[in-house]
Design a protein around this ligand. Structure first.
Ligand SMILES: Nc1ncnc2c1ncn2[C@@H]1O[C@H](COP(=O)(O)OP(=O)(O)O)[C@@H](O)[C@H]1O
Ligand SMILES: [Mg+2]
Length: 489
């Protein structure tokens, strides 16, 4: 024991030496009012925006609004311990979330606390929730495809790594399902995923997590959840937390995919906070900086140039519309911020055309540049053919007399429609995409009845030899496809 004492003494003296007696000022404020996840605070004149403050019962808050005498803070603790008159002080830190590989497979809240009943993830690195988007010099062009496994998306509305692609449509027509399928399709592709679930009821949160678990997708995924009944502050912070988690991996040179499900609820949470904090409401009662809210979030998704590690963050924000109204405030904002949108249409959903993607109104502004040349060439005419068919079909419905050849075109279009249908949780590989594109494009499926299409196609894809790759010459592809389809056509 004695050596410890003799050793400890000089250290103690050393550590006390720099201590200087003197007058130090520290601010103590107090809670002037509280309610709805918001606290009004007086007496912290040097508080700054986005700074953390601590209440005497151990709760924390985030400074969100500065006034001349009072400041507004959003509460970051669910307990009801904070009361009026309670003392408040600076913590001297900004809001950060733990990041790193130990988060994989976990379900956490926006502050990184576990929601899955397991012990807290061991985290050594932290990142600020709010961060500036990478400057132009650090960025690169989108040049690699990100495969979602969805026939329509990967061929006609392709997404590239680092792209921001909006998924938009009414309630209950497969937006979340499409995003979830995209995450499931990243298995074995070395893309880390972050699913941000904002304002959803617990049942659908549980459903999403269960789906991820069933196909082993949790191994490379983090789920950040702020449920519908969480504090508005949590719902507001969730996408920024998810973004920071992905940003860490992007900075390490990894490819990431972030799903924000959904930003309509996020905007509503922000509106709720803003109204509670008495900010002046603007259009649809949203505060004036609602555009900035989403643009600063989505600007952080990009692909970094190789000098900066070459990582990427692809974003799939989801927006829910009412009765297909694309020109409402939040949808138009998001459409202008993102690099394209996948528009889901409730009429198509009702007609059983699943996934219910409206090909005419969906667009990808940059993904085409990242598409594999083989798939790009093979799918070049499909979009136009399909849109022409839809128009023709509408026309034919009036019982007009049709010229020769039109019936043939209709037949081909109906077949294509059947081919484009796809069930949930059945992602297709790139080879499979090329196979169906070539088989259809070269007329190898010509004599099939639409109702036969699904069966024949499934059989074809199952028999596809491993020797065929996207790099194989078209001739080789066609000869194999002809052989496989010999007895069908
Ligand atoms: N491709 C599909 N095939 C079959 N069912 C689908 C498909 N896409 C979505 N669904 C079903 O549609 C319903 C609504 O989907 P969901 O993704 O929750 O909609 P949203 O997110 O738009 O509200 C779910 O029951 C889902 O199983
Ligand atoms: Mg949904």
């Amino acid at each position: 024991m004695s050596w410890r004492f003799s050793g400890a003494k000089p250290i103690m003296v050393e550590s006390v030496k720099p201590y200087q007696f003197g007058l130090r000022l520290s601010e103590r404020g107090y809670v002037a009012g509280i309610g709805d996840g918001i606290a009004w605070i007086r007496g912290l004149p040097t508080a700054r925006l986005d700074e953390l403050i601590g209440f005497d019962d151990g709760s924390t808050g985030l400074v969100f609004q500065l006034g001349r005498e009072v400041l507004g803070a959003i509460l970051l603790s669910q307990n009801r311990g904070v009361t009026a008159g309670m003392a408040v002080q600076h913590i001297g830190r900004k809001l950060e979330v733990g990041v790193g590989d130990t988060l994989l497979g976990r379900v956490v809240d926006p502050l990184g606390s576990p929601l899955d009943g397991l012990p807290p993830p061991e985290l050594r690195q932290f990142r600020s929730l709010e961060a500036a988007a990478p400057p132009i010099i650090e960025r690169d062009f989108v040049s690699e495809p990100l495969y979602t496994g969805c026939k329509i998306v990967d061929t006609l509305i392709p997404i590239g790594k680092g792209q921001r692609q909006l998924i938009i449509g009414d309630d209950g027509i497969g937006k979340s399902a499409l995003a979830l399928d995209a995450v499931l399709n990243q298995r074995g592709r070395n893309v880390l995923c972050v699913m941000v679930l904002i304002g959803q009821p617990r049942s659908s949160v549980a459903g999403t997590i269960e789906a991820l678990r069933q196909v082993d997708a949790l191994a490379y995924t983090v789920v950040v959840v702020a449920e519908a009944n969480a504090l508005p502050g949590f719902r507001y912070l969730a996408p920024f937390a998810g973004c920071a988690i992905a940003e860490h991996w992007m900075r390490m040179g990894r490819d990431t995919l972030v799903v924000y499900d959904d930003l309509t609820r996020h905007a509503q949470s922000y509106r709720e906070l803003s109204l509670l904090l008495q900010r002046p409401p603007g259009r649809e009662a949203y505060p004036g900086d609602i555009f900035y809210l989403h643009s600063r979030l989505l600007e952080r998704s990009t692909v970094l140039s190789s000098a900066y590690g070459g990582g990427s963050m692809t974003a799939l924000p989801i927006i829910e519309t009412r009765q297909g109204e694309l020109s409402a405030y939040i949808p138009t904002n998001l459409i202008s911020i993102t690099d394209g949108q996948i528009y889901l249409e409730s009429k198509l959903f009702a007609a059983g055309m699943l996934p219910a993607i409206d090909i005419g109104r969906s667009v990808s502004r940059i993904g085409g540049k990242a598409q594999h040349p083989a798939i790009k060439t093979a799918s070049a005419h499909i979009r136009l053919d399909y849109l022409q068919f839809l128009e023709l079909e509408l026309f034919a419905r009036f019982g007009t007399r049709l010229e020769a050849g039109v019936e043939e075109k209709l037949q081909r279009g109906r077949l294509l429609r059947e081919i484009l249908k796809q069930d949930r949780l059945q992602p297709l590989s790139e080879r499979a995409h090329l196979a169906w594109l070539l088989a259809y494009g070269e007329g190898l499926l010509e004599n099939l009845k639409p109702e036969q299409a699904a069966g024949v196609l499934a059989e074809l894809l199952a028999k596809l030899p491993d020797t065929l790759t996207l790099e194989s010459p078209k001739k080789q592809w066609l000869s194999v496809l002809r052989q496989l389809l010999a007895d069908k056509a």
